[in-house]
Design a protein around this ligand. Structure first.
Ligand SMILES: [Zn+2]
Length: 347
């Protein structure tokens, strides 16, 4: 704890220095070509930088190892309705309670008249009328342990949540959501959004979805603002969420590509008119030669050869991608948590 605090202080000092440099460059850069107008997200605050610097790959991998152990003890799967899913719920809720969050496990109904649990954790600080929501699905398919899909999203969010803590100094509240039944028509996230009152929906500033962050031959993808029609682009403000995540990925040294939404757990939030972004590294599509040149990896090969298979285990995770996305998600959550108490503008 002491070590973390000391590091955070040093990070704060470094950020102030960087801010000064940027300001100096801006003053001397008036003759540079003007970039096209783009929606701007909240600025990188010291708190956001501290959070991005605090998260670690080791912390995220420890969560992946826990999910793998749960699958190993549960017949090789964490699919909704199986013991592996129930153990995943208990593990995630326990981690978040230990980190000081206000944790609940709201239920949703599935087709056969039974109820299952999502996990939802919110900071005790920040304006509860202005909430930054980020989510990942906690279930796997029946055929495998689901460590890349979507253990990596779960791990990145748990690492961000535990480093943030339940009572950080923030302006807007932060809610971490772990959905069941994504692999069964998004029943967990859909049931949750359907169950919110109008006021509860209005209180959500934005939603950021994380689904598959360590595809072995993966790419750096962001969703929000790209495509045709609202189901692909998300509602107004979504491009701002995407741009903020893109900037945070850029700070880790990579240029992300923005692609349309395809109807993951982002869909119910998009339908509810909430500005939405997505973080993903690709599933069964093939990497193009251009993408391989930009990011490395094998052109012509699928992003995740173990997608929805038994081999989606601990060995099926590209740790470089997972580390960058964990850092970028922490930075993005931190920026919106310390930004204005209003939905991101459409620029
Ligand atoms: Zn998934």
């Amino acid at each position: 704890m002491t070590r973390t605090r000391r590091r955070r202080t040093a990070t704060g000092a470094r950020w102030r220095l960087v801010t000064g440099l940027v300001a100096a460059l801006a003053l001397t850069g008036c003759t540079a070509a003007t970039a096209p107008a783009a929606p701007t997200g909240p600025p990188p605050t010291p708190q956001a930088r501290q959070l991005a610097d605090a998260v670690t790959l080791d912390g995220a991998v420890a969560q992946l190892e826990a999910l793998q152990r749960i699958a190993d003890d549960s017949g090789g799967t964490r699919a909704s309705g199986t013991p592996g899913y129930e153990r995943s719920v208990d593990h995630v809720a326990g981690e978040l309670r230990a980190a000081g969050f206000d944790v609940s496990t709201p239920t949703y109904e599935v087709d056969d008249d039974t109820t299952l649990r999502n996990v939802v954790a919110q900071t005790r600080t920040g304006d509860p009328g202005a909430v930054v929501v980020t989510g990942a699905h906690l279930d796997s398919v029946e055929d495998g342990p689901g460590i890349n899909d979507d253990g990596t999203g779960v791990a990145a969010l748990l690492e961000t949540a535990t480093r943030l803590g339940g009572s950080p100094e923030i302006d807007n509240a932060v809610r971490f959501a772990f959905w069941g039944s994504e692999e069964d028509n998004l029943q967990g996230s859909t049931g949750y959004v359907d169950g919110l009152s109008g006021a509860e929906r209005d209180a959500i500033l934005l939603y950021l979805n994380a689904d598959m962050l360590g595809s072995p031959n993966g790419g750096y993808f962001v969703q929000g603002g790209a495509g045709d029609g609202r189901s692909e682009t998300g509602p107004p403000g979504s491009a701002t969420v995407a741009r903020t995540l893109t900037e945070e990925l850029s700070a880790t040294g990579v240029t992300a590509e923005t692609i349309p939404f395809v109807g993951d757990d982002d869909a119910p939030f998009v339908e509810a008119g909430i500005p939405t972004g997505g973080a993903l590294t690709g599933d069964a599509d093939r990497k193009t030669p251009e993408q391989a040149r930009a990011w490395g990896g094998q052109a012509g090969e699928v992003f995740d050869r173990c997608y929805h298979s038994a081999c989606d285990d601990l060995s099926n995770v590209n740790r470089t991608l997972l580390e960058r996305y964990t850092t970028a998600i922490a930075g993005t959550v931190g920026r919106f948590a310390t930004g204005a108490a209003e939905r991101p503008s459409s620029g």
